[in-house]
Ligand binder design. Structure first.
Ligand code: UDP
Length: 404
C-alpha cells in the first residue's frame, strides 16, 4: 500500500510535515481525476502513485478513464500530434467523434458532490461542456504546447476557457492568447514503485535473462513508446554509427503500447523491417512487454540511456534514468531541458544532431568514471526537484488556493 510515511527516508521529514500542514483545510475534499488510460505512458504512471498518495494523506481522490474506442483514440492521437505542431486534416467528423464520445461518457459519469475536478490532457477536455459547473475544474495538460497547430488550438479554446486553471509542465507551454490562470507543475517519479525502487544485481540479471536481453556487452537503451516523437528510427541510426566505431555494445529499444496510442504498432513494424539484419543478429533487441521491473533492470544495467525525442512534454524516462545514476543523453526539447544541464548531470543535444549523439555515446562508453560523475549529479537533481512528493505538495498548494 502506498503510504506517505514511507517516503520520509528519501525526501526528509520536513517534506512530510509540510504536507500535513498543507492538508489542514483539505481533509475529506472530494477530488475527481479523469484521463484516458490507466496503463502505458507518463500520465498513467504518475496518477498510479499520486492518487493513492492523495488518499493516504486525507483527500478523497478518485480516478476515472474516459471510455473511448479505436476511432476516438485515432482522432485524439492526431490532436496530440497537432498540439505538438504537426499538420492535421481537421475535419468536422473528427470534431463530432471527439465530442460524441465525451457526451456519451458524461451520461453515466456523475459529477455531483466533487469539490474539484481535474481533467488530464485533451481526450476528456470537452467533458466540461456536459455539466452544470458546481466546482472548480482544472485542465492538466502534459503535452508540449510550445507551438500548437493554430486551427486545432482555436477549436479547443472553446472548452479550455471554461476551466478555472490550466496546469502545464513548463512555462514555455503557457499560451499568450489565453486569459487563463496557469500553474507550472513539472512531472516527477515515484522512487518506491517497482520501476524505480532499488533492486539487486541478481534481480536485474534474472529479468534481463527472462526477456532474452544478453548482458555480455554494454547496453545502450531507449525506453519509450514506439512513437515518431520519440524518434526510435533516429536512435537506430545513431546506433548503426556507434557500432561502426565500437563493436562492443548492444541497443535495446523497449516500448510498451499505450491503450490510447494507436500508432505504436505501425512504427514498431517499420523499425522491424528497417533494422532486420541487426535484430536477427541480436545487435538490436526490441521489447514490447509491459513490465516495470524489466524497465527498472534495463535502466540500471544501461551503459548509456538515450532519449532522442523530437518533442517531449516532460520525459519521465529521463527522470527515471537520472534517478538510477545512469548517464543520459537526450534532446534539447520540451521538459527535458528542465531536467538536464548539459555536461553537468547528462548531455543535451539538438534532436537531429546524429553526430553529436554518436560522439557522446562513444565518449561515455569509453569512460566509465564520466558516467559515474554524471550519474551522481543526475540523482541529486531528481531528489531535489522531481520526486512524486513534490507533485503532491504542488497540488495541495493549488487545491488550497482554488478552494479559498
Ligand atoms: N514505459 C514503460 N515501458 C515501456 C516504455 C515506457 O513502462 O516499454 C514508461 C516509462 O518508464 C515512463 C513512461 O512509460 O514511466 C513514459 O513517460 P514519458 O514521460 O517518458 O513519455 P510519454 O509516454 O508520457 O510520452
Amino acid at each position: 500500500m502506498i503510504k506517505i510515511d514511507n517516503y520520509s527516508d528519501i525526501v526528509g521529514e520536513n517534506v512530510i510535515t509540510s504536507i500535513y500542514k498543507k492538508m489542514r483545510k483539505l481533509y475529506g475534499k472530494h477530488v475527481l481525476n479523469i484521463n484516458s488510460t490507466y496503463i502505458g505512458g507518463g500520465v498513467a504512471e504518475i496518477l498510479s502513485s499520486l492518487i493513492p498518495l492523495m488518499n493516504d494523506v486525507g483527500i478523497d481522490a478518485g480516478w476515472r478513464t474516459v471510455h473511448g474506442n479505436v476511432d476516438f483514440y485515432g482522432v485524439t492521437k492526431k490532436f496530440h500530434n497537432a498540439l505538438q505542431g504537426q499538420a492535421i486534416n481537421f475535419s468536422q467528423e473528427k470534431k463530432n467523434l471527439y465530442e460524441q464520445v465525451n457526451r456519451r461518457f458524461s451520461r453515466y459519469t456523475h459529477i455531483n458532490d466533487h469539490d474539484i475536478v481535474v481533467i488530464h490532457d485533451p481526450q476528456p477536455l470537452p467533458l466540461i461542456q456536459q455539466y452544470t459547473k458546481r466546482q472548480p475544474w482544472i485542465w492538466r495538460c502534459h503535452i508540449d504546447l510550445s507551438a500548437p497547430n493554430k486551427d486545432l488550438w482555436n477549436y479547443l479554446k472553446r472548452f479550455i476557457i471554461k476551466y478555472d486553471m490550466i496546469i502545464v509542465s513548463s512555462e514555455k507551454y503557457e499560451s499568450k492568447d489565453l486569459p487563463m490562470e496557469y500553474r507550472i507543475i513539472p512531472p516527477a517519479i515515484d522512487p518506491l514503485t517497482d520501476k524505480n525502487k532499488q533492486i539487486s544485481d541478481t534481480i536485474i540479471n534474472k529479468y534481463l535473462k527472462k526477456h532474452d536481453v544478453p548482458t555480455d556487452k554494454p547496453l545502450i537503451t531507449q525506453i519509450s513508446r514506439f512513437d515518431k516523437w520519440k524518434d526510435p528510427e533516429g536512435v537506430v541510426e545513431v546506433f548503426r554509427r556507434v557500432k561502426d566505431k565500437c563493436e562492443n555494445c548492444r541497443l535495446v529499444l523497449c516500448g510498451n503500447m499505450a491503450t490510447d496510442d494507436p500508432e505504436g504498432l505501425r512504427i514498431f513494424e517499420k523499425i522491424m523491417s528497417k533494422a532486420k539484419k541487426m535484430i536477427d543478429k541480436k545487435e538490436i533487441i526490441l521489447l514490447t512487454v509491459e513490465n516495470s521491473i524489466l524497465v527498472n533492470a534495463l535502466q540500471r544495467k544501461s551503459a548509456v540511456i538515450i532519449q532522442k525525442s523530437l518533442r517531449e512534454g516532460f520525459g519521465l524516462t529521463v527522470t527515471e534514468g537520472l534517478w538510477k545514476e545512469r548517464p543520459v543523453i537526450a534532446s534539447n526539447v520540451g521538459g527535458i531541458t528542465l531536467q538536464i544541464q548539459d555536461g553537468e548531470n547528462g548531455y543535451l543535444l539538438e534532436p537531429n544532431d546524429i553526430d553529436g549523439y554518436v560522439d557522446r555515446t562513444l565518449e561515455i562508453l569509453k569512460n566509465p568514471s564520466l558516467s559515474q560523475e554524471l550519474g551522481k549529479k543526475g540523482k541529486e537533481t531528481v531528489r531535489k526537484k522531481f520526486l512524486i512528493t513534490r507533485i503532491l505538495v504542488d497540488y495541495l498548494d493549488l487545491f488550497n488556493d482554488i478552494s479559498s
